[in-house]
Design a protein around this ligand. Structure first.
Ligand SMILES: *[C@@H]1O[C@H](CO)[C@@H](O)[C@H](O)[C@H]1NC(C)=O
Ligand SMILES: *[C@@H]1O[C@H](CO)[C@@H](O)[C@H](O)[C@H]1NC(C)=O
Ligand SMILES: *[C@@H]1O[C@H](CO)[C@@H](O)[C@H](O)[C@H]1NC(C)=O
Ligand SMILES: *[C@@H]1O[C@H](CO)[C@@H](O)[C@H](O)[C@H]1NC(C)=O
Ligand SMILES: *[C@@H]1O[C@H](CO)[C@@H](O)[C@H](O)[C@H]1NC(C)=O
Length: 426
């Protein structure tokens, strides 16, 4: 393990010299950066918003070690803990936004500044279907709603959510002086983590919620973001459920309220997102099903002509990950899928992360992460070169690239994914 750490340290130094200040673009079915293809494996670290500054740095160090140039994280935190970005004010019946550098949104200034310094791009998600860190049900219940899906339809909730979006996009980073909407460190915005008709907060879905309700909401909110910010890519952050007829599989039948293809065709949506938790969704360890799920999303990517990211996937033990991820990765690499990001990157100081978490010190980390991360970067052709460099342990070969290379790590106590019709969060 000591050897590994030394080698990784050498790779990190090399990578740190690579910076990019361009916006990521969607070009046909792939992402591009500086006019070069930008295939990548990334990861998630939802907890950056509440992490200490040291932990933020540790996550980025880990991401670079593992060659992960993109990290997905939350830019919401409603009324919880000592950190809150928004809180219900029962006197004014509005949401108060907290810009404080220690307890509020100002914390994200550091998260973004340090990502830029590390050469990492951030996918930032603006709210949560789940009740973790507030999420949709925090809006819905405070605004007097009865159903989870009133988040998508009730005018004063939509206005409040848009006001938060406008505030975030127009925020001037106190550490860099760059408005968030003008910052190329940000890969793109996502409307919500795993939007569905139903939530996890104890209030039910109404009988009128369906794919058209969320489709209309996606159209409205993504257009609103585009009206403020023309620099950044916009996506949903959903699980990628299909709305097919003649099936009773809930991930294919539109039941949760998502129509992957219809949503991706919206002009204000730049790339598609999907998730993958075969155990939690009732498919166990069935790789045949997994490979079909990936193939079906690549087919949509190619038919609609926009890149698609498998932006969350997980299995619950290290042994399962080591046995199955290489099979999945092989298809991701060969199929033309634009990118992927596993759930999620852990660091040792972050307690309470869920069973899907991968740590840079895991004995299987090459098999579960690094081999695939390098294979994705290798698809970027001329923008990737191989360099030999000396480390304290001898000579090692590292890959450097004109695209940022990163690693992520993070642990969290709550999670937002996974699940079948019941869905769980931790
Ligand atoms: C952002 O803040 C910096 C100083 O921190 C200032 O120079 C700059 O003008 C501000 N940008 C805008 C658009 O207000
Ligand atoms: C979204 O949250 C609702 C309630 O908070 C829950 O019933 C539903 O299963 C969640 N869906 C997902 C995909 O997390
Ligand atoms: C989902 O499929 C149903 C049945 O074909 C259709 O009525 C509905 O409009 C579709 N949803 C979207 C968002 O297109
Ligand atoms: C695995 O998934 C495939 C594709 O959905 C299905 O045809 C097959 O029956 C599944 N196998 C098992 C053992 O469930
Ligand atoms: C991962 O791969 C590197 C480079 O090939 C190697 O030096 C290291 O020992 C491997 N790590 C583990 C944990 O196998």
């Amino acid at each position: 393990m000591k050897v590994l750490l030394s080698i990784l340290a050498a790779a990190t130094v090399l990578v740190q010299t690579v910076t990019s200040d361009s916006f990521v673009k969607a070009t046909g079915t792939k992402f591009t950066l500086n006019n070069q293809p930008f295939y990548f494996e990334g990861s998630n670290a939802y907890y950056l918003m509440t992490a200490s500054q040291q932990q933020v740095q540790d996550v980025y160090t880990a991401a670079k070690q593992l060659h992960l140039p993109v990290m997905r994280t939350w830019i919401f935190n409603l009324g919880t803990n000592n950190v809150w970005f928004q809180q219900w004010n029962s006197a004014t019946k509005t949401m108060t936004i907290n810009d404080d550098a220690t307890t509020g949104l100002g914390r994200m200034d550091y998260v973004i500044q340090q990502a830029q310094a590390a050469g990492i791009k951030l996918i930032l998600t603006l709210t949560n279907n789940w009740s973790d860190y507030g999420g949709m049900d925090y809006y819905t219940t405070n605004f007097g709603g009865t159903y989870h899906d009133q988040f998508y339809t009730q005018a004063n909730i939509i206005a409040s959510y848009k006001a938060y979006i406008s505030h975030v996009l127009n925020r001037n980073n106190t550490l860099t002086g760059v408005l968030y909407k003008n910052d190329p460190t940000i890969f793109g915005w996502e409307l919500a983590n795993e939007p569905r008709c139903g939530g996890s907060g104890g209030i039910p879905a109404s009988s009128s919620c369906n794919t058209n309700v969320i489709y209309n909401w996606v159209n409205d909110i993504s257009s609103y973001i585009k009206s403020i910010d023309t620099n950044h890519l916009v996506a949903i952050g959903d699980e990628g459920f299909f709305n097919h007829t003649g099936t009773s599989e809930y991930v294919y039948d539109g039941g949760p309220g998502i129509d992957f293809d219809a949503n991706l065709k919206l002009s204000s949506i730049d790339f598609g997102t999907f998730h993958l938790y075969p155990e939690g969704w009732g498919y166990g360890t069935n790789d045949t099903w997994v490979l079909q799920w990936i193939s079906d999303h690549v087919a949509s990517q190619n038919a609609i002509g926009k890149p698609v990211i498998l932006e969350e996937y997980g299995m619950s033990t290290d042994a399962l990950r080591a046995a199955h991820y290489p099979v999945w990765h092989s298809l991701m690499e060969s199929s033309g899928l634009a990118a992927d990001a596993f759930w999620e990157l852990g660091i040792s100081s972050q307690a309470g992360l869920d069973a899907n978490t991968i740590y840079p010190t895991d004995a299987t980390v090459n098999v579960t992460v690094v081999n695939h991360a390098l294979a994705m970067l290798a698809k970027n052709g001329g923008s990737t070169t191989t360099t030999t460099t000396a480390s304290t342990t001898g000579t090692t070969t590292t890959t450097t690239s004109s695209v940022p290379i990163t690693t992520t790590t993070k642990t969290t106590t709550t999670k937002t994914t996974t699940t079948s019709t019941t869905t769980t969060t931790t």
